[in-house]
Design a protein. Structure first.
Length: 225
């Protein structure tokens, strides 16, 4: 059930995106609260006109335009899997009273002798493993059971789907999308806004603005910048 509003010591937070990923972010917030109560979950915002009045017992609060009118301090979790769309939404929420806290599942260790950086708004889901000296940029999504090797750099707005495997010294540029169960081998770089298909194995550098699939991964489509 929703947390009661009288728990005023909790920080108010809303979820932008009422689809499946939004449901999972709601679950993540509850899992965080179960260990250390932190968040008063107010509800969902979404621009889809077909959004129901309630989503998993939490109210639909309005559109992005409605959220932009909010006048009090508020934490926001952007539950959007598409990196380009997520970046567009974030740019429209650049208001002084809004914050974008990293949300990290309690099972994810990133503090002891690991020297990892986690950016604002990052969402790191259950079962993900981070080793050491990793940079996770702002608004990155690490979905269920991802593995991130040593010295990896995952730039802003990247999205990694469940069980993606990122090896040591990998560099993912801004806005990269890694499909479920895909693997990027050590030292490989993936260019800005590129897409790696589910199950692919990336053995060599991938240029920006393209889609690569297969084992080994090969580029099948290029996009205009």
């Amino acid at each position: 059930m929703p947390l009661k509003s009288q728990l005023t010591y909790l920080n108010p937070i809303v979820i932008f995106g009422a689809g499946g990923l939004g449901h999972e972010v709601l679950m993540l917030l509850h899992q965080i609260n179960k260990v250390i109560p932190q968040w008063e979950i107010l509800g969902f915002y979404d621009d889809d006109p077909n959004t129901p009045e309630y989503i998993l017992d939490y109210p639909y609060l309005g559109t992005l335009a409605d959220l932009q009118q909010y006048q009090k301090p508020l934490a926001i979790a952007i539950a959007i899997g598409n990196p380009v769309l997520k970046a567009e939404i974030r740019s429209k929420l650049n208001l002084p009273d809004f914050s974008f806290p990293p949300l990290i599942h309690p099972t994810v260790s990133n503090k002891v002798f690991q020297f990892n950086y986690i950016g604002e708004g990052a969402i790191i889901c259950q079962g993900t493993i981070l080793t050491t000296n990793i940079h996770v940029g702002q608004q990155v999504l690490l979905n269920l059971a991802c593995t991130i090797g040593h010295d990896a750099v995952i730039d802003d707005f990247c999205a990694l789907m469940p069980q993606a495997n990122i090896s040591g010294n990998v560099k993912l540029a801004t806005g990269v999308y890694i499909g479920a169960s895909a693997t990027v081998l050590p030292g490989v770089q993936v260019g800005e806004n590129s897409i790696i298909g589910a199950g692919a194995v990336v053995t060599k550098n991938i240029p920006p603005h393209c889609t690569a699939v297969g084992v080994p991964a090969r580029v099948i489509k290029h996009y205009a910048e």
